[in-house]
Design a protein around this ligand. Structure first.
Ligand code: ATP
Ligand code: MG
Length: 679
């Protein structure tokens, strides 16, 4: 990406127009790869050229990764490190900032905890068991989706048809309230509410930010739009960019109308359309366009590329998913060797997380470096969760979930019976477990050993809590000392069967401690303290956005959702089968157009070479199932598509006679070469 330095001459005319229009609402509506992100990045750099105070600039992105990338790009375009004074963040982290200042207005204590998805699942699972018994087959994740959808639509508990969901929803909200904790959806809901109900809070944020930019606006939901409306001041210097064809978060309540009816929210915007695609070759673009046309109710767009190419898109029929993966791994390996290209040029894109395992295996067998986006993340590792739980309890012992996670980890003589007793009491009296642990009446009924253990635990957490709470606290150092005191290394060693495993875990813990030191070392981050660090951790473990993938090396294995906004020279789009893409749920829920948009996003990630594939069979729960090619492959225009079977590419296996001939030919050839000795 040639964004070093900044000059308007690197942009085309409509892009330039967007860049220099700094006042009033601006809407950039354009197809994939037309430079939307590049344009808003340049626009912010231009603001700096115009002497605008970076502190008044807010850029909102959809993922943490996109935020990091945008800040880096702006930093490369302007001198003097001004980029670090801007606020470049996701909606969720913007809401955390707002709530850290004002959540008290809503009756919460300011030190609220943010639940990650794992913690949320734990709590919901417990509640389902409680209300329906262990046999209930309501999947906690399904319950979370339903509750989340309801919240994002602003529906109350009483609006729920299913009585179990309604009950779990109500209990879930109650528990969180009791624990002074919020989940991801609450961040939006509560920030919107605090802004709506408090004009002074609104005014404060309006006075902070005079220039607001939002990327990937097609994926914002109603609440996010409302938050934007609250913080955009009278001047309405708001610039949003997006592509209705790439709206792929309908399941999270995204409203395409936010972008299509933008003028209803911000009257008289300057509307800028970008039509030239700079990313992909003509065959790739033609194919993408021919598919998305099947969606009705969309804004028709012209999209062209001057990058004419004769290279066709390959569509390969694979016998099964293992063959598919092995073929791709072999091919990437070969191309990298022969063409001397970096592994980072390649991406394998799929619809569901579960598809990554087979392809990972093929990569590992061939020692090909790879990075997975959306798989088990660092933050899902047990020791990392324990560590973060400890830090969180230091600041906020009222948080039952984290407290219970570490109350007897490593074992310190607080038995399961004691813990159950404490939970029972706390629920009965509607107070937190932390309070129960300090209640003489509760503790008095226990044996001496249990009493001593609890007292020691409470003392430990209070002591470190007080230290960590101080404004000047060096929390890297505190955490390190804490881990020593509880002998965490020893605990890890005892937990692991092998030295390698223990080392891997210790390494993870060590790197998190280093992160703490780094966070403390950065004056801007230090302002937000350990609390800020934990906020960032909770936010960065958000669903599709587990790690900062741009810093990792290797072939990128990534879901279509997570691939939005990214580009790769060489793309493999795999598992294009009915039931996978379009996903089987979409067939029932009538959301095939959204799946078609996912296909469009997948295809348009490719810059020069695209390979699509589908399998005749795949393994599921150890059963071999037969698959049908995706309907999108039937719809798409085939002018630039070459249909192949795996045999076409790898060659039919030779029969005996043929292989004898081949052997003879080879011998003949070798004999002709000097210096080759044959016996
Ligand atoms: P998406 O819809 O996928 O988010 P986008 O519209 O945000 O795409 P960008 O990622 O900003 O597109 O740009 C796509 C590619 O085109 C990038 O590699 C970018 O550097 C390049 N590009 C954009 N505008 C120009 C231009 N005027 N001249 C040369 N290259 C450009
Ligand atoms: Mg973009």
């Amino acid at each position: 990406m040639a964004d070093k330095g900044f000059s308007l001459s690197q942009l085309n005319a409509p892009q330039r127009e967007a860049v220099v229009t700094l006042k009033g609402p601006v809407l950039i509506l354009a197809g994939a790869g037309t430079g939307k992100t590049r344009t808003i990045t340049a626009r912010i750099a231009h603001m700096m050229d115009q002497g605008i105070d970076p502190k008044t600039v807010l850029a909102v992105t959809f993922t943490n990764k996109a935020a990091v990338e945008m800040r880096e790009r702006i930093d490369g375009m302007i001198p003097g490190g001004k980029a670090k004074d801007m606020t470049v963040c996701t909606f969720h982290s913007l809401c955390v900032r707002i709530l850290r200042q004002s959540i008290e207005r809503l009756g919460y204590k300011p030190k609220f905890a943010i639940y990650t998805q794992g913690e949320q699942t734990g709590l919901i699972r417990r509640l389902i068991n409680k209300y329906a018994g262990k046999d209930e087959n309501l999947d906690p994740n399904a319950a979370i989706s339903m509750i989340s959808a309801a919240k994002n639509k602003g529906q109350a508990v009483s609006d729920q048809n299913d009585s179990l969901i309604a009950e779990v929803y109500r209990a879930y909200e109650e528990e969180k309230r009791l624990l002074n904790a919020v989940d991801f959806d609450d961040l939006l809901v509560l920030a919107e509410r605090v802004l709506r109900e408090n004009p002074d809070v609104r005014d404060y944020w309006r006075s902070c930010y005079h220039y607001i930019t939002v990327d990937e606006f097609q994926d914002t939901n109603k609440l996010q739009m409302q938050v934007v409306q609250h913080i955009v001041g009278k001047e309405a210097n708001i610039c949003v960019v997006g592509d209705d064809d790439q709206s792929i978060y309908g399941w999270r309540g995204a409203e395409i109308s936010n972008i299509l009816d933008f003028e209803q929210f911000f009257p008289n915007p300057k509307v800028i359309l970008l039509e030239e695609n700079y990313r992909s070759t003509t065959p790739i673009l033609h194919t993408a366009n021919s598919s998305i046309k099947f969606n009705t109710s969309r804004r028709e767009k012209k999209l062209w590329s001057s990058n004419v190419s004769e290279e066709k898109i390959r569509l390969i029929a694979m016998p099964g998913d293992v063959e598919e993966s092995e073929f791709i791994a072999d091919e990437i390996f070969e191309i990298v060797q022969v063409e001397k290209r970096p592994f980072e040029d390649f991406a394998v894109i799929f619809r569901t997380n579960a598809q990554s395992r087979v392809i990972e295996e093929a990569m590992r067998e061939r020692k090909i470096p790879y990075r997975v986006v959306g798989g088990q993340s660092f933050f899902d590792r047990r020791e990392i969760k324990d560590y973060l739980a400890y830090l969180s309890v230091m600041l906020h012992p009222e948080d039952d979930i984290n407290l219970l996670r570490i109350i007897n980890t490593p074992a310190r003589g607080i038995s399961k019976t004691t813990i159950d007793l404490a939970i029972g009491d706390s629920r009965e009296r509607k107070v937190t477990v932390w309070e129960i642990l300090q209640d003489p009446e509760f503790v008095g009924q226990l044996g001496t050993r249990a009493q001593n253990s609890i007292a020691a635990f409470v003392e430990l957490m209070q002591r470190y809590g007080n230290e960590a709470d101080r404004p000047s606290a060096n929390y890297g150092e505190i955490a390190e000392r804490f881990l020593k005191e509880i002998d965490f290394d020893d605990f890890l060693e005892r937990q692991c069967k092998t030295v390698e495993e223990a080392d891997k875990r210790k390494e993870g813990i060590h790197s998190l401690t280093q992160d703490l030191y780094r966070h403390h070392g950065d004056p801007k981050k230090r302002e937000r303290g350990l609390r800020g660090f934990l906020d960032d951790m909770a936010l960065s473990s958000d669903r599709d956005d587990d790690e900062d993938i741009s810093k990792q090396k290797g072939v990128c294995l990534i879901t279509m959702h997570a691939a939005k906004g990214l580009e790769f020279p060489d793309v493999y789009l795999i598992g294009l089968e009915q039931g996978i893409l379009p996903h089987k749920r979409s067939l029932v829920e009538d959301t095939v157009p959204e799946e078609r948009r996912l296909f469009y996003v997948g295809v348009t990630r490719a810059m020069t070479r695209l390979t699509m594939s589908y399998c005749a069979t795949r393994k599921k729960w150890n059963e071999l199932i037969t698959c049908e090619p995706s309907i999108f492959l039937t719809e798409v225009d085939k002018t630039y598509i070459e249909e192949l079977s795996l045999d076409d590419i790898q060659g039919e296996p030779l029969d005996d006679e043929e292989s004898e001939d081949a052997f003879a030919n080879m011998m003949e050839m070798l004999e002709g070469i000097e210096g080759v000795e044959l016996d």
